[in-house]
Design a protein around this ligand. Structure first.
Ligand code: GLA
Length: 381
């Protein structure tokens, strides 16, 4: 069945009328550029072939009826949707409606059915996919901006203010603006975006994703703490954001920063350089050589930024040991997923090696799948 089929069918059963349409937004993996977005830096995510689909129709009143095929049902009035007032999964679907209203759009009531094949809490940005799919639905049904970057900002505002997670802009921009066969090089300060060709299958490579099935607790402090640390480091360095610092400047300020902030800043500055280096290689069609930069990113996230976990390190180590060209954790860390760029003929071997390494260490079995660079959010029916 086409993935939006179930949402539309359940909509008709549950609400006794057909939906006005269906909208879908993808999950993402970040090829490289971790914890750089909220430092005004560079990221290189790609949308993957897992998505959230929303079937929707307007209502004549101010009621919001939400049905999630994965999470259950919720019912609220539009006026109740505001920062601090919506709990749980409903905030991801309702939050963007609040953002649209803040932007001046007269959003009315909606019936919405959500369906997802994105593993939740795995660092693949299921939350941004929900936000972007519902935002597009509400925009098409009630009006609002057409520009993907403005839409991404509205979705991010929902995440920051209604959901209450101080995330950067990467996930929402990836969900809105990625295109199949490309990674999205994004300057998180200007939101200038470039589609960089990324087609591993044409080079007999695959991008494997290892979902460690250990869930990250983004909202629970560590992410916000890293973010505050970066802001402090930028102030000590006398720059608007770590994006504006160089490795030489960070090294020269080592004493002033102190051990921990020094390592955090060193990660961010080095990671921005690695993103630009990977993008340059991809533009030249040199997919095989980006592996070393992916692996260097992992080491930096593990040792300097300290957001990796034993599961993620195991996935990366086992993948590299079995022939991956490069591997790294992807997303915020503290659990979630790792990715590995692997010669197609070694994919089975890498998959087995990762599963065996988890088993040997007494870790729960990971889920391993191939990611295909896919299109961003769109109306699908
Ligand atoms: C999460 C956030 C993003 C970004 C990454 C880390 O996915 O939502 O904004 O900060 O972590 O790179």
């Amino acid at each position: 069945m086409h993935p939006d089929g179930a949402a539309r069918r359940v909509f008709a059963e549950r609400f006794g009328r057909p939906p006005a349409g269906a909208w879908a937004a993808p999950a993402r993996v970040n090829l490289i550029g971790e914890h750089t977005d909220y430092n005004d830096g560079f990221v290189l995510p790609l949308a993957i072939d897992r998505r959230v689909t929303v079937a929707a129709a307007r209502r004549d009143d101010d009621l919001l009826r939400l049905v999630s095929l994965q999470k259950g049902e919720a019912r609220l009035r539009l006026g109740e949707v505001r920062p601090g007032a919506v709990d749980g999964w409903a905030a991801y679907a309702a939050g963007p409606l609040w953002s649209l209203r803040q932007d001046g759009v007269e959003v009315g009531g909606l019936d919405l059915v959500l369906e997802s094949d994105v593993p939740i809490g795995s660092g693949l940005s299921s939350s941004a996919a929900v936000e972007c799919a519902t935002l597009l639905a509400a925009r098409d049904l009630y009006g609002g901006p057409g520009d993907p970057a403005r839409l991404a900002r509205l979705a991010q505002r929902a995440e920051n203010e209604v959901v209450g997670v101080p995330s950067g802009i990467m996930d929402q921009m990836a969900a809105m603006a990625c295109t199949a066969g490309h990674a999205l090089l994004l300057d998180c300060r200007s939101l200038a975006a470039e589609q960089v060709p990324f087609t591993p299958e044409r080079r007999e490579l695959v991008l494997l994703v290892v979902d460690t099935r250990t869930s990250h607790a983004l909202a629970e402090g560590a992410y916000a703490e890293r973010r505050r640390g970066c802001e402090r480091a930028a102030r000590l360095l006398g720059v608007p954001a770590l994006r504006d610092a160089t490795t030489a400047a960070v090294d020269a300020a080592r004493e002033r920063l102190g051990g921990e902030l020094y390592r955090r800043a060193r990660h961010v500055v080095g990671e921005n350089d690695r993103v630009l280096a990977v993008a340059a290689r991809l533009r030249r069609g040199e997919l095989e050589t980006i592996g070393e930069l992916l692996t260097a990113s992992h080491a930096s996230l593990r040792d300097d930024y300290q957001v990796s976990t034993p599961e993620l390190d195991t996935a990366v180590g086992a993948a590299l040991g079995a022939g991956a060209l490069g591997a790294r954790m992807t997303g915020a860390g503290f659990g979630g997923c790792a990715l590995a760029l692997v010669p197609a003929q070694a994919a089975d071997k890498v998959t087995r090696a990762v599963a065996e390494a988890f088993d040997r260490q007494g870790l729960g079995a990971p889920a391993i799948f191939t990611a295909r660079p896919s299109d961003g959010a769109a109306r699908v029916a």
